[in-house]
Design a protein around this ligand. Structure first.
Ligand SMILES: [Fe+2]
Ligand SMILES: [Fe+2]
Length: 307
């Protein structure tokens, strides 16, 4: 079996033109939106004169948890960037892509926080305390290799897109700004997902055995970034109960369509380790499906973590 290092070096070398192709495709349809134009500034109020209280924005605890977790997840960007740059050599186009990705991701927390502060949808003190605690905890996903990284990020971008999109659809009808802001963020995540999805597809043609083993590791261990957020599990349960993001969404909106897109079940030419990994992967999905099925039969909401 090739070491992570050797396999990574070979994949990075061979995938160069695919990175260039996907990066060019991304840049040909730029999403140039301006955070400052999305916000209804005149609706803002001074917190000294009018302190925050929950009735200023009526919604459920599940929706508040989703806004809180989604925004804090975006806040942790410096750590994701430092991780992806570790796997992005200076003379490789993946570095240029990673910088572009960071520039686009950076506006998500900016625009969301402006909306949160103006609309008063969540407690700004809780939010800022959460941000400080999360960012000083230094807890964030760290993959072992380039192939693990791109596999993880493909699932992660899709998961983030689903979480933002579903949160938007749970906002009160009158919060047009919030719906628009989350829609713009979800739109960026969609394009990021498409880049990584197609990058993994290209990597599967180069070294299917290494990538399939990465996919198995990433799905079986998959955790949303955000586990460093105070009371993460409690928020994750609320978000799942609200039907915004939980095991059913992870399975049906993230993992199943992506694996189908890559035709993982019918891939040929795998070595013995990769065949075994693929079997474990599909066995773990069967377990997940049974869990989701049982939960929906009980119709009492999903109690699993935010996948
Ligand atoms: Fe984002
Ligand atoms: Fe993202």
């Amino acid at each position: 079996m090739k070491s992570h290092d050797t396999a990574d070096r070979e994949i990075l070398f061979e995938i160069r033109s695919d990175v260039e192709r996907l990066f060019n495709r991304h840049m040909e349809a730029p999403r140039l939106w301006y955070p400052h134009e999305q916000i209804a500034w005149s609706e803002g109020e001074d917190f000294q004169e009018s302190p925050w209280s929950p009735e200023q924005y009526v919604t459920s605890d599940g929706v508040r948890s989703a806004i809180y977790v989604n925004l804090l997840t975006e806040d942790n960007l410096p750590y994701y960037t430092s991780t992806i740059l570790e796997f992005a050599p200076k003379d490789h186009p993946i570095r240029e892509w990673s910088l572009q990705w960071t520039a686009e991701e950076n506006r998500h927390a900016m625009v969301m926080r402006d909306w949160v502060h103006i609309s008063r949808c969540i407690d700004p003190v809780l939010l800022e305390d959460g941000r400080r605690i999360q960012m000083t905890s230094g807890e964030y996903p760290v993959p072992d290799s380039f192939s693990d990284l791109i596999s993880y990020v493909a699932f992660q971008e899709r998961a983030t897109q689903v979480a933002h999109r579903n949160t938007a659809s749970h906002l009160p009808k009158e919060d047009r700004v919030g719906r628009n802001v989350l829609g713009l963020v979800a739109g960026d995540e969609t394009k990021h997902y498409m880049f990584y999805r197609d990058l993994v597809a290209a990597a599967l043609l180069i070294d299917p055995s290494t990538i399939v083993q990465s996919l198995e590791r990433q799905i079986v261990r998959f955790a949303m970034p955000g586990t460093g957020i105070p009371r993460f599990t409690r928020h994750a349960v609320r978000i799942a109960r609200e039907g915004i993001y939980g095991l059913p969404q992870f399975l049906q909106d993230v993992v199943e369509p992506i694996l189908e897109n890559w035709r993982v079940s019918t891939l040929e030419g795998l070595n013995a380790e990769a065949e075994a990994a693929r079997e474990r992967l599909f066995a773990s999905l069967d377990v997940l499906r049974a869990t989701v099925e049982r939960a929906s039969q009980r119709a009492s909401g999903v109690t699993g973590a935010l996948a």
